[in-house]
Design a protein around this ligand. Structure first.
Ligand SMILES: Nc1ncnc2c1ncn2[C@@H]1O[C@H](COP(=O)(O)OP(=O)(O)OP(=O)(O)O)[C@@H](O)[C@H]1O
Ligand SMILES: [Mg+2]
Length: 241
């Protein structure tokens, strides 16, 4: 399955969620490839502490082969395709958006066949931009990670409508929710997703230990029974089944 993760504003928790989801799926015996399509502000390599040479950008520019941009995480079944920071949008590297899409699909096909990948996860850039929409377009399912900040919520509405226009199944995930307001907020976001006609995957509460890890550790690897991981597993069940 091709799963993409988006947000309107930055810092809603996409990279953290995608990284931990990938590790969880590998613990369940799946082979997972996580692609950093946040080319303007990549961060996946930092979360997984990957020292890279060739990246997604080099592949898209035709500077290396597909197998040169895939990095195996600590001998596990999590494979990372990092990006280096790029001032351009992915589609700006090509003459037409169609070429960008074909090249990305080529990478997925080659990597999927070579490593027998079950799921590709795309860590997308925040905001409405061509890279994010390109990824949303090729995904089987797009998840919009939002907080309850009104700036995020209004953008989530826009992103959800874009997924509808692209014909991609979208679902919502609300992250960084204050624990003492969880029930109250659950009612509000249920109503919001209902009106939007978009599936609600659930809520994840603000977790002090995740916040204080500063993306230097992966809870699903080190403490898989923590509150953040337990909530993530419930959401993954709905998302992947
Ligand atoms: N549920 C949570 N509780 C507390 N902190 C969280 C939670 N989820 C993520 N964080 C923290 O929030 C910060 C931002 O998370 P992350 O980098 O995953 O966001 P992002 O959406 O990928 O950001 P960007 O849009 O800039 O790529 C990180 O320091 C992360 O550890
Ligand atoms: Mg990120």
């Amino acid at each position: 399955m091709l799963l993409s993760f988006h947000s309107y504003k930055g810092g809603t928790g996409k990279t953290t969620f995608v990284g931990n989801l990938g590790v969880m799926l590998s613990q369940q015996g799946k082979k997972v490839c996580i692609i950093d399509t946040d080319v303007n502000g990549p961060g996946l390599h930092s979360l997984f502490d990957i020292r890279y040479d060739m990246t997604l950008i080099d592949f898209l520019q035709g500077l290396c082969s597909a197998d040169e941009v895939v990095y195996r995480y600590e001998g596990s079944d999590v494979y990372i395709i990092p990006s280096k920071a790029c001032e351009e949008d992915i589609s700006a590297l090509f003459t037409t958006p169609g070429e960008a899409k074909d090249k990305l699909l080529d990478l997925i096909k080659k990597t999927g066949e070579r490593l027998d990948i079950d799921h590709f996860l795309f860590d997308c850039s925040p905001g409405i931009n061509k890279s994010s929409l390109l990824t949303m377009n090729i995904a089987d399912k797009a998840t919009i990670v939002s907080t309850i900040d009104i700036q995020d919520i209004r953008g989530t509405y826009v992103l959800s409508n874009m997924a509808t226009k692209l014909g991609t199944h979208a679902s919502l995930l609300f992250n960084r929710i204050p624990l003492d307001k969880k029930d109250e907020i659950n009612e509000v976001v249920l109503d919001f997703s209902d009106k939007l006609g978009t599936e609600l995957l659930g809520l994840i509460t603000y977790d002090e230990s995740v916040a204080r890890s500063w993306s230097r550790k992966i809870p699903m690897k080190d403490e898989p029974d923590c509150s953040y991981c337990t909530q993530l597993k419930a959401i993954a069940e709905l998302l992947i089944g």
